[in-house]
Design a protein around this ligand. Structure first.
Ligand SMILES: [Zn+2]
Length: 154
């Protein structure tokens, strides 16, 4: 992970930041009080945002990254992904955030598989809400030697 600055992102990546900031208002995080939004930046068109969606049975909750990837798949735009932007903020009573968040293990697998599928080691950015300084990494750096299934028998 490298330090980055929102102002150094491309125009479309900055649109992804804005989309993720907007999506923070739509997170469903009553248990953790941690809002996380993700936006997939596309070659063309508007970014695809997703939010975390928590469930009373905690392990069944869905992270923002997988929410955004699933949405892009449903909308037929997932192969146009050029970057992923994460933004997080805590609600009152939530965790104290000292640094931008990084994707959990499950999301790293999804991101790695998407990267392999579209043949793009796209950048992954993470910021705390409204903060200029953040982190930059890439899909492959997040999960080197990711799990893959061998080709099915023919
Ligand atoms: Zn996750």
């Amino acid at each position: 992970m490298d330090a980055t600055d929102r102002t150094r992102l491309s125009e479309k990546e900055q649109e992804g930041c804005a989309a993720a900031e907007t999506a923070l208002a739509r997170c469903h995080a009553p248990y953790s009080r941690l809002r996380v939004a993700a936006a997939l930046v596309l070659e063309e068109g508007e970014p695809i945002a997703g939010t975390n969606y928590e469930c009373a049975s905690y392990g069944l909750s869905l992270c923002a990254e997988r929410s955004a990837i699933s949405r892009a798949q449903s909308e037929g735009t997932v192969e146009q992904v050029t970057a992923l932007v994460l933004v997080a903020r805590a609600d009152p009573g939530g965790p104290s955030l000292a640094a931008p968040l990084t994707p959990c293990g499950a999301c790293r697998q999804w991101i790695a598989e998407l990267s392999a599928r579209i043949g793009q080691d796209f950048p992954v950015y993470s910021f705390l809400s409204r903060e200029r300084q953040g982190l930059r990494t890439t899909a492959r750096q997040l999960l080197p030697d990711a799990f893959t299934l061998p080709s099915p028998p023919s």
